[in-house]
Design a protein around this ligand. Structure first.
Ligand SMILES: [Zn+2]
Length: 372
């Protein structure tokens, strides 16, 4: 199943391939629950929602679904069309599966499918039912599905994200926040040989702003500020009139993220006649360890222990749909997907044994009447 899913390439933004992959997912999940495309008008790539009804029938179906745990998956990958030709799916002699998107997060989707299928085959009921969201655009920041993911999360009893875990299999109970900020710099053009004094160099301003922006980082709190792209000017003999910085900001606490954004907005140019404009291009707030998480962790400990594993948790600076769900007020546990390594890298791989372990843990949790 993992091989088939990897073979259905699904690069973010490639509508044709995403629709084909979604069709495949729809066929896989249809025997396990009702599947619908939340983007009903077909204006974008499919955002699939699988709904498994709770054991106890309720007159109000929407109310029943609202109390269900929500499992967040994305089926897009960072790998462009044709990647599987050069790097096809394979399982090596150590039981490690390789291939584009195999870890992030096609193995996670397979684990969810196995959990639901296993429960059904064993006749084990799901006391609260389950909802599975499969988005086509997570790797590019959920431009088309952000608000729907947040609505689903706000209705959910708990939110489980099957992204890969931290090294050693640690689940993610807190995630850093992330913002992308652009600063446009306006100077004044002048010939650098004929009349340099008439010019205001946007390059000098941009370089100065770069140094000042990076000073906002704080290693003690883990806040990072990195100018990842910097540009100014178009000709070597012209004092540049325009420049631009693009800044990546990551912080563990909401207040820290806010501190950096406020400070970036307060930056001023060094030349009195230069101008700058600060734009927050995207923003995902940190996912803190909420109060509901403790209770859920206690149950998860038992489900890990039931198959001889020890649950460990940790913090990650990366962002996922878990951040969106946490911002909507949900209790979120992330990193519940199978173990592996090399996400977004050429040696992306996943441990097939771990895939089965995670399916068992997910199944145990979904069937646990005291789970949430
Ligand atoms: Zn992912």
């Amino acid at each position: 199943m993992l091989e088939q899913l990897v073979a259905h390439e699904s690069p973010s933004g490639d509508r044709e391939l995403l629709e084909r992959c979604a069709g495949h997912l729809e066929r896989l999940f249809a025997p396990l629950g009702s599947v619908r495309d939340l983007d009903g008008d077909g204006a974008r790539e499919p955002h699939l929602l699988v709904e498994v009804a709770p054991e106890v029938a309720t007159a109000d179906a929407a109310q029943a679904a609202a109390g269900s745990p929500l499992i967040l998956c994305h089926y897009d990958t960072v790998w462009p069309r044709g990647t599987t030709r050069g790097r096809p799916f394979l399982v090596d002699r150590d039981g490690i599966a390789h291939g584009p998107g195999v870890l992030d997060m096609k193995a996670g989707i397979v684990a969810v499918w196995l959990a639901l299928r296993g429960l059904r085959e064993l006749g084990i009921p799901l006391p609260r039912g389950a909802r599975v969201s499969l988005t086509p655009d997570e790797e590019i920041g959920n431009p088309g599905t952000r608000s729907r993911v947040q609505e689903l999360a706000a209705e959910a009893a708990v939110v489980l994200v099957v992204e890969p875990p931290l090294p050693g299999g640690r689940i993610k109970t807190a995630r850093g926040g992330h913002a992308t900020v652009r600063i446009d710099v306006r100077g004044r053009a002048a010939h650098s040989g004929v009349d340099p004094a008439a010019g205001i160099s946007a390059a000098v301003e941009a370089a100065t702003l770069t140094l000042r922006a990076q000073e906002l980082a704080d290693p003690v709190t883990g806040t990072t500020v990195s100018v990842g792209r910097l540009s100014a000017g178009h000709a070597v003999n012209v004092i540049p009139a325009e420049g631009r910085l693009e800044i990546d900001v990551r912080a563990r606490e909401p207040l820290e993220l806010q501190r950096v954004l406020t400070a970036l907005h307060a930056l001023t140019p060094t030349h009195p006649d230069a101008g700058i404009e600060v734009t927050v291009v995207s923003r995902r707030p940190p996912m803190g360890r909420g109060p509901g998480v403790d209770r859920l962790i206690a149950r998860l400990h038992e489900h890990f222990a039931s198959i001889g594993l020890e649950l460990q948790e940790g913090f990650t600076g990366g962002v996922s749909e878990g951040n969106l769900a946490a911002a909507a007020g949900a209790t979120v546990i992330d990193g519940l997907g199978p173990m592996g390594g090399g996400a977004h890298q050429l040696d992306e791989h996943v441990d097939v044994t771990s895939l089965l372990d995670r399916a068992a843990i997910l199944g145990g949790l979904l069937a646990d009447p005291a789970g949430f």
